[in-house]
Ligand binder design. Structure first.
Ligand code: FAD
Length: 466
């Protein structure tokens, strides 16, 4: 990028807002990759050259056209809350911050349509005022965008009730601009949404997102303590599997991790393993009975008014990857991994795995639903020694039948999606023929970029994506 005339490019981008202040550019070049010491070493010196903030689809189209003409890399950025360096520019270039395109366009029966840069928390607030809420949202809803969620996320609060993002009916429509001299907007209806979902901004600039919504309920944020993690996990599974009790969050956190939650001091006893849940008010009696049956004691049960009075954050800020964040706030030598539990109903096997792993791995399980089936995944705290020990931990999980979705790689094909998604790359060829979008994040693009979209797509038949 060194020989490019960025002053000239900035002038060509006018009238779109451009930020060339080096401090801001450095900040906008980062996401939460630093959760991983491995990614931190690889990515912390990768920076973009200019930040640009379009406010409308027309401004975004202008930015993409200028980038195409100048042949500069483009990294789309929402809130920058991804964990794998998805939004880090590996080869410099333009960082396109989408948060200026933030209008909520339509709220209807069971759906919301919004510009890609709208914040999930703003969308949820607007929905709740009309009796709806997002079917699922990440625990980062205060800073994450709806475009970033469909391009980089996968599940969240709500997934125990409504499945994961990629499931039929959750993404209703996506619109994305191509990177050409005259960018064209393509519409991906529900059946085609997976062509672009979770492609990390490699194959089009998403302008507009339509997601499923569900009727909102009076949610109560609950924290239940258990003496043993084994009992806590068992109660978590029972809640996840309950047909009687509604819940949009169900997760279990080892007591050693809970010790890193200073905000909960005085609210939950020291040494408690915690089940963190969001349960509808009308199901609280059944919830209390279920917790008691498993030996748990409900220490906190807060509707929003009580939570505000207690000055506590939402309970989901102690769940999903916020759990890891709470630990990292006091000790940067922690990291994590993403583990699928083979049979979530088998608490004995989960306990046996914990015993096999040793003292440097502390469990934290999230329960969700995929195609109606309950699934559990572990986002354990791992006290990082070196990569060799991390890989030994991975191998222990794998040997016990627990699949590892590596959180320590910046390749789109490297984490949860282990197979290559050739549909994504075929659309990259169609929408980004020069390969300017988020270069370096696909292991395979350079091998297939000379092929036609149809030839690239044909490879999925030989090697289907997950
Ligand atoms: C504390 C913490 C908790 C988290 N909890 C969850 C969780 O519960 N569930 C979950 O799924 N994830 C979670 N994540 C990961 C992340 O927060 C979410 O995936 C979030 O939705 C990403 O949104 P964002 O706006 O921050 O996207 P960014 O990080 O800005 O971008 C993510 C990817 O999408 C691309 N992108 C952004 N906008 C566009 C666009 N308009 N068009 C095309 N590509 C685009 C970027 O290039 C990048 O590759 C968590 C992360 C942290 C740090």
């Amino acid at each position: 990028m060194a020989d490019l005339d960025w002053t000239r490019i900035a002038a060509a981008l006018a009238p779109v807002d451009v930020i060339d202040d080096p401090v801001t550019i450095k900040k906008r070049s980062r996401d939460f990759f630093w959760y991983s010491p491995i990614l931190n070493a690889q990515l912390r010196h990768s920076f973009g050259d200019l930040v640009v903030r379009p406010k409308t689809r027309e401004e975004l189209a202008h930015v993409l056209a200028v980038a195409h003409g100048a042949e500069v890399p483009i990294v789309l950025r929402g809130g920058g809350t991804g964990n794998y360096g998805q939004a880090v520019p590996l080869h410099g270039g333009l960082i396109v911050e989408m948060t200026g395109m933030n209008r909520i366009l339509e709220i209807g029966e069971g759906f919301v349509r919004a510009e890609a840069g709208a914040l999930m928390a703003d969308i949820n607030a607007a929905l709740m005022a009309e009796g709806w809420e997002m079917a699922m949202f990440p625990s980062t809803q205060d800073i994450a965008t709806i475009g970033g969620f469909v391009a980089g996320g996968s599940a969240g609060i709500g997934s125990i009730a409504n499945g994961v993002l990629r499931e039929k009916g959750n993404i209703l429509q996506l619109k994305a601009l191509s990177v050409e001299d005259t960018p064209v907007e393509h519409v991906f209806d529900a059946a085609d949404a997976l062509q672009i979902h979770h492609a990390w901004g490699l194959n089009g600039a998403i302008t507009e997102v339509t997601l499923r919504t569900v009727p909102t309920r009076d949610w109560v944020g609950c924290m239940t303590g258990f003496e043993s993690y084994r009992a806590c996990y068992g109660a978590g599974y029972a809640l996840a599997a309950s047909e009687e009790i509604g819940r949009k969050l169900c997760c279990t956190v080892d007591a050693r991790i809970v010790a890193y939650f200073p905000r909960l001091e005085g609210h939950v006893p020291k040494g408690a393993n915690l089940l963190v849940a969001l349960v509808p008010k009308e199901d609280m009696a059944a919830f209390n009975a279920l917790m008691a049956a498993h030996g748990g004691e409900v220490h906190l049960a807060m509707d929003d008014a009580r939570r505000t009075a207690l000055k506590l954050p939402h309970v989901f800020e102690f769940a999903y990857n916020h759990t890891t964040l709470q630990v990292l706030k006091s000790d940067r030598s922690a990291t994590y991994q993403q583990i699928a539990v083979p049979d979530p109903s088998d608490a004995e096997r989960v306990a046996a795995m914990a015993a096999a792993l040793g003292e440097d791995v502390w469990p934290h399980h999230e329960f969700a639903r995929i195609e109606g089936r309950i699934v559990a995944f572990d986002l354990p705290i791992i006290w990082f020694r070196d990569e060799a020990r991390l890989r030994e931990i991975d191998a222990t999980y794998e040997a016990g039948g627990f699949a590892v979705a590596d959180a320590h790689t910046f390749f789109v094909e490297g984490g949860g999606v282990k197979n290559v998604d050739y549909r994504h790359l075929a659309w990259k060829k169609r929408l980004d023929p020069k390969g300017l979008l988020n270069p370096g994040k696909s292991k395979v693009w350079e091998d297939v970029r000379h092929l036609s979209p149809e030839e690239i797509e044909a490879r999925s038949q030989k090697e289907p994506a997950e």
